[in-house]
Design a protein around this ligand. Structure first.
Ligand code: 9MR
Length: 484
């Protein structure tokens, strides 16, 4: 929610509607800002060799929302293009409940076959997939996307399409559909069960697919008439618990990713999500996948002047609040969405600010979105790279052979620095991707380890640098700059 494509005239309406909510909440929630200091993320998603994955990718794609078959308009050639030009190793791939369960209790396995085929395009390139059960404004029957019509109960109330689209969330019929889904009306206890079982069916299908990292249970949850914290602590956490248990009946290994409520948390406020209990044997595999859409930009502002200051404060608050929630759950963090109309003044700088914020947290990041055509993505409508492409093509370590403790890319000097500690049961080397624009002739690498004790190899074709470091029991620091 709330990455608005705003016409000037719509701004006033939005400002009134959206500001009313957070102002009431912020007095209560501000108290929990800034309670966490320290080095951020505790946990990482790891690969089969135990290496910590730093995930970078795109959301693919908004076009899936309205396609009857639920497939994004994004052929394999585009997956190849983004992997090659942007160096992506990750995708947040949109799926929808309406396609998974078109009739109550009936699942569409042809749809899941099509999803599996798309996943194979990423797998072929060594990329990882998080499946995102997407919804905006509940479902097509309320002029949104996601939920099937049979699960949409509006009691005959209107749910008209709105401009900007987010205002659809407060249409009476949409509010009622959510209230029935969360069963705060007491009339539809079966809907959450259906949702959990739909996920179970998806998990059964992908449990053994090594490219699939995990499941993002619900895009940008909205509580209907139940306000923020009460919604998160109550029915949202309950649904996550129930769905996690359903998934674990068929899949003990994938990560289950939780999103907080979107309104407020996307603007940097704290989340009230409860910690979810993972019934799998061994360590929990629950991740946290919030979004960030700072309010000043959301209501049509630009990343300049006072909006820039407010946005920067939002990013700092967001980082603290997200870290606090992730620690409560001992969860790795993936920033599941951030994005902006990149034709606006300051937009590219905003993207860099978000990138470096998420980088400092060593969080994964998925840009909204891969769609060509809408002015937001890295591709123009003819699919050539837009001005955003070189910004997203940012140097990063894809996999780190240990526990990351620090990560920073300074794009002004093209200097990538990261540190990590040794970890038992990790094999293989650290893999770094370097973009052609910043590293046209490859890289100069320095390491804190003794000369001769570590090795590097550079593959100009895939633009990846492998670094093998010895186990020393001391922290390793790697610094990479462009070769002259
Ligand atoms: O960018 C998307 C826009 O074109 C759609 O009209 C809208 C409603 O489906 O959704 C936009 O995408 C949003 C995403 O679904 C959820 N997070 C915020 C995104 C940007 O507004």
């Amino acid at each position: 929610m709330l990455g608005l494509h705003l016409s000037r005239t719509a701004r006033r309406a939005v400002a009134a509607a959206v500001l009313a909510v957070p102002i009431a909440l912020s007095a209560v929630e501000a108290a929990s800002w800034g309670t966490t200091t320290g080095d951020g993320t505790l946990r990482y998603v790891t690969d089969a060799q135990g290496r910590a994955l730093i995930l970078r990718g795109l959301n693919t794609a908004s076009s899936a929302k309205s396609a009857p078959d639920g497939m994004p308009d994004y052929p394999e050639s585009m997956v190849e293009q983004e992997h090659r030009l942007l160096g992506t190793n990750f995708v947040r791939f949109l799926i929808q409940w309406r396609n998974v369960e078109p009739r109550p209790g009936r699942y569409d396995d042809v749809y899941l076959d099509n999803v599996a085929e798309r996943i194979s395009w990423y797998a072929k390139r060594g990329m990882y997939v998080m499946l995102d059960m997407h919804q905006d404004v509940y479902g097509p029957a309320t002029n949104g996307n996601g939920a099937p019509a049979w699960a949409t109960n509006t009691d005959g109330l209107a749910a008209k399409a709105q401009d900007p689209w987010e205002l659809g969330y407060i249409q009476p019929g949409t509010l009622r559909a959510f209230d029935h889904f969360w069963n705060t009306t007491g009339q539809h206890p079966e809907l959450r069960r259906h949702y959990a079982n739909a996920w179970k069916h998806v998990a059964q299908r992908f449990a053994d697919d090594p490219a699939v990292l995990g499941y993002d249970l619900m895009n940008e949850p909205w509580g209907g008439t139940l306000p923020g914290l009460a919604f998160e602590r109550g029915p949202l956490s309950d649904l996550y618990q129930q769905t996690t248990e359903a998934i674990r009946e068929v899949d003990l290994n994938k990560w289950v990713f939780l999103e907080p409520r979107a309104v407020g948390v996307n603007w940097g406020l704290a989340s009230g999500l409860r910690a979810i209990d993972d019934p799998r044997p061994g360590e929990d595999r629950i991740g946290y996948a919030p979004h960030v859409y700072p309010l000043p930009l959301d209501i049509g502002g630009q990343y300049t002047g006072s909006s820039e200051k407010w946005t920067d404060r939002t990013l700092r608050a967001w980082s603290r609040a997200v870290t606090a929630t992730a620690r409560r759950q001992n969860a790795p963090i993936i920033l599941g969405e951030f994005g902006i109309d990149n034709t606006k003044p300051g937009a590219l700088q905003f993207v860099r600010s978000v990138q470096s914020t998420a980088e400092a947290m060593r969080a994964g990041q998925a840009y909204w979105s891969a769609d060509p055509n809408d002015g937001w993505g890295p591709w123009n409508s003819d699919k050539t790279p837009s001005e955003l492409a070189p910004v997203l093509a940012r140097a990063y370590p894809r996999a780190i052979a240990g526990t990351p403790t620090r990560l920073r890319y300074d794009e002004t000097t093209a200097t990538l620095t990261f540190s990590f500690r040794d970890k038992t049961a990790v094999t293989g080397s650290t893999e770094v991707w370097l973009p052609p624009e910043d590293f046209p002739r490859g890289a100069t690498v320095t390491a804190s380890d003794a000369p001769g004790s570590w090795r590097q190899t550079w593959d100009p074709e895939s633009r990846s640098l492998s670094i093998s470091t010895p186990r020393t029991g001391r922290e390793h620091t790697i610094t990479i700059t462009p070769a002259r």
